[in-house]
Design a protein around this ligand. Structure first.
Ligand code: NDP
Ligand code: MG
Length: 390
């Protein structure tokens, strides 16, 4: 029986993780649920799963959640600091980091320091501070199990191969809703179009990242840290059907791939259940439904964000942290109709040029880099927009 804390239980990954836990009552017990502002769904989940504790990050919603759960034996906390505390609870074995963005960094560090196993969906944590996180995981004897489908695929390909060096990994990318578009066409795309992903149903931030290929860029950096790779060992290939989730090439030239229908429940369940493969009733893949699996080069000139992410990884230090913070501000501005699709890349590039570079950042340096980058990025968003209601 694994006792699980879910950070971000009301999101796309969080709700699918709850489906996995509900379907496997002999394997998992739910200890902690957390949300940012969706108090209604958090309460509903708490009544259904009866966890030990819930956290609502927005403090103004505390009373609403507490009152709704007053008949229950469930502890209710509020605020970002409470997230740090619940991951340390003695009754928690594993923390699923399913919250979005930089806010995942601090609770992940606290969970690792408390010796909790990590099922990592929150890729931004590894992008911002991969060296720090993987170093801490080693120091505290904690395993980080990938939830991201590409990294889960690589992890599954590595089963039984841990003593065999990797020659390279190939991350597959769907190409998103704008695959094949020109720069001129991208200049015109709308938020509604960008939010329609062809294969995956995900939270808003990662859906925009998928449309701009920044998601693949973040995943390249995530792969570097998860699997201890050199930059030149990571390749990206566009595979629009999203059936092959990624591949590993070994030193004898053999390539292993992991396949399946695009459904996040499988990688979530593999991470939570590892080393066991739990029985599932997820829909099965058939080659007859997919007579053609196709592959193409990513267009790094049109989808600049992927090239920018490769550049940030190459520069190292706090550059991926700058990349991530600028991207979070840019995506939020795009979602609020304050900037166009292509301006997101402009914002990120100018932040990478202007924010002070630090080759060997400390934890405090990451915090300061994130803060400074957000200020810089906001300066690029039009002053009229800045005063609008956000
Ligand atoms: P969603 O936006 O759907 O959900 C985010 C969750 O985090 C919600 O529960 C939200 O609460 C909570 N949250 C947001 N901001 C904060 C904050 N500042 N403090 C505390 N909690 C917060 O995102 P996804 O589920 O799509 O993605 C989550 C993570 O998983 C991301 O890092 C993403 O890159 C990664 N991922 C997602 C995949 C997917 O298929 N969705 C695939 C691979 C990786 P509330 O609902 O109250 O706002
Ligand atoms: Mg992915």
């Amino acid at each position: 029986m694994k006792r699980i804390a879910i950070l971000g239980s009301t999101g796309s990954i969080g709700t699918q993780a709850l489906d996995v836990i509900r379907a496997n009552p002999d394997s998992f017990e739910l200890e902690v649920l957390t949300a940012h502002s969706n108090a209604d769904l958090l309460v509903q989940q708490a009544l259904a799963f009866k966890p030990n504790a819930v956290v609502i990050a927005r403090e103004d919603l505390y009373e609403q959640v507490r009152d709704a759960l007053q008949q229950e034996d469930i502890k209710v906390y509020a605020g970002a600091n409470a997230l740090d505390a619940v991951v340390e609870m003695g009754t928690v074995d594993m923390v699923l980091t399913a919250m979005v963005g930089y806010a995942g960094l601090q609770p992940t560090i606290r969970a690792i320091k408390a010796g909790k196993q990590i099922a990592l969906a929150n890729k931004e944590t590894l992008v911002v501070a991969g060296q720090l996180i993987t170093g801490l995981a080693k120091e505290y004897g904690v395993n980080i199990y990938p939830v991201d489908s590409e990294h889960s695929a690589i992890f599954q390909c590595l089963a039984g191969e841990f003593h065999n060096p990797i020659e390279k990994v190939i991350l597959t990318a769907s190409g998103g809703p704008f695959r094949g578009r020109s720069t001129a066409e991208l200049a015109q795309v709308t938020k509604a179009q960008a939010l329609k992903h062809p294969n995956w149903d995900m939270g808003a931030k990662i859906t925009i990242d998928s449309a701009s290929l920044m998601n693949k860029g973040l995943e390249v950096i995530e792969a570097k840290w998860l699997f201890g790779l050199r930059n030149e060992q990571i390749e990206v290939v566009v595979h629009p059907q999203s059936i092959i989730h990624s591949l590993v090439q070994f030193e004898d030239g053999s390539i292993k791939a992991q396949l399946g229908l695009p459904d996040m429940k499988l990688p979530i369940q593999y991470a939570l259940g590892y080393p066991q493969r739990l029985k599932s009733d997820f829909p099965r893949f058939s080659f007859m439904d997919y007579p053609q699996l196709t592959f193409e080069q990513p267009d790094l000139k049109t989808f600049r964000n992927l090239q920018i992410a490769f550049d940030a990884m190459e520069k190292g230090g706090n550059m991926p942290c700058i990349l991530n913070a600028a991207n979070e501000v840019a995506v939020s501005a795009f979602l609020h109709d304050e900037v166009g699709f292509l301006q997101m890349s402009d914002i990120i590039e100018s932040c990478m040029a202007k924010v002070a570079y630090i080759a060997n950042p400390s934890y405090e340096d990451y915090i300061e880099t994130d803060r400074e980058t957000r200020v810089r990025a906001a300066e690029f968003i039009s002053p009229a927009a800045k005063t609008s209601d956000r």
